[in-house]
Design a binder for this molecule. Structure first.
Ligand SMILES: [Zn+2]
Length: 379
């Protein structure tokens, strides 16, 4: 038309030919709206789908974020020892898995020993298994050593922490804005078990609470430093793995673990990051407190009833999970998996991400993962 009506002024009537154009455009728009409403098209990519879920915005399908490690190494026929040791291999395995199974994210998770190894703990490496920390020879077998322990530089060339930061950088080059990029750090309780040994730590809670607090404080500062390096490298979310937190009772969780997990999450937020809290095991007795740590999303392990978590954590929390990784995801049929995901979805409601309770076992049949994916994409 060439002219626009000014505010408060009527627009001049269009000529007849313009009427036809307007009519056709209106019809076309109407058809587009109808198509948009009735076509189950997934226009969002994985990154956008996860972000919309975490920000509780409208999305056309459920986000889908199963945790894979050994399963991913197997996809590219590489022994797991190499996957955990070389970020090129980890990134290749994650990308191959995400593309084959249509995941919404990629992750730097590999094993709990990265920070401990750089602190100087004795770590055993295997050809085709995750590295493990030698608990019988724990770094803090002598508690006095904590005072001399320095926080490792996560950017030191050749270090295990730097290898993870490099994984984030490579993911950013390959899939930034396409898939959600997940970094990873050990939570304060898990790292305490890694450095001190789980059995000694359990005794320390009653025998030497001051030492536990000093150790947790060190772990929060180390995890913050590590998270900072990964956030600066460009990760979209930081996984905080705090498995050992499920081994303590509600009182110890509230008095010792909760304040430090909360502080770590606050630190990550202050750095501009988001948090995926992952506590392997049964946290059913501490759900209310865990729900107050401040995470953006939480993985619930398979033994945690989702309806109870929803009730105690509140409607707003984004809950992920929680198929039994072995009994259901690996050993079940696709129909059983579809039914199980549907049950999780019903219990969790809208703020929900599809996944297993913990790592996808390495010999999970591909059709079982596809069943989870199909449910996610169609709901
Ligand atoms: Zn787990």
């Amino acid at each position: 038309m060439g002219t626009f009506a000014k505010k408060g002024q009527r627009a001049p009537l269009p000529a007849r030919s313009e009427h036809v154009v307007y009519y056709c455009s209106a019809m076309l728009m109407k058809q587009c709206v109808i198509l948009f409403i009735f076509t189950p098209c997934n226009t969002m990519n994985g990154y956008e789908r996860v972000l919309a879920t975490l920000e509780r915005r409208q999305r056309e399908a459920l986000a889908y974020m199963p945790i894979t490690m050994m399963f991913a190494a197997d996809r590219i026929d590489v022994p797991y020892g190499r996957y955990a040791a070389d970020y090129h291999v980890l990134v290749e395995g994650q990308l191959a898995t995400a593309r084959q199974f249509d995941f919404d994210h990629v992750s730097c998770i590999s094993d709990p020993a990265r920070e401990a190894a750089d602190c100087g703990a004795v770590v055993h490496y295997f050809d085709d298994q995750p590295p493990t920390i030698d608990e019988s020879n724990a770094l803090l077998h002598d508690k006095a050593r904590l005072k001399t322990l320095a926080i490792p530089d996560p950017l030191r060339p050749g270090s295990r922490m730097n290898d993870r930061v490099s994984a984030v950088q490579l993911f950013v080059q390959q899939v930034k804005g396409e898939l959600f990029i997940e970094g990873w750090v050990e939570g304060p309780c898990a790292e305490a078990a890694d450095l001190r040994g789980i059995n000694a730590l359990m005794v320390d809670f009653t025998d030497d609470p001051e030492f536990v607090r000093e150790l947790f404080d060190f772990n929060v500062r180390m995890a913050t430093t590590f998270a900072k390096a990964q956030i600066e490298a460009g990760c979209d979310i930081v996984g905080v793995g705090d498995a050992a937190a499920s081994l303590v009772g509600p009182r110890i969780y509230r008095d010792f673990v909760f304040p430090y997990e909360k502080r770590l999450i606050e630190n990550i937020h202050a750095l501009g990051g988001r948090v995926r809290l992952h506590i392997c095991g049964n946290i059913s007795r501490s759900l209310k407190e865990v729900g107050q740590t401040g995470f953006e999303m939480i993985d619930l392990d398979s033994m945690v009833p989702i309806d109870k978590a929803r009730l105690e954590m509140g409607e707003e929390k984004v809950l992920a999970g929680n198929l039994d990784p072995v009994k259901c995801l690996r050993n079940g049929t696709p129909q059983e998996i579809t039914d199980a995901v549907a049950a999780c979805h019903r219990a969790a409601g809208t703020n929900f991400i599809v996944g297993a309770g913990c790592e996808v076992p390495r010999d999970t049949p591909p059709e079982n993962l596809n069943a989870m994916r199909t449910y996610a994409r169609s709901h």
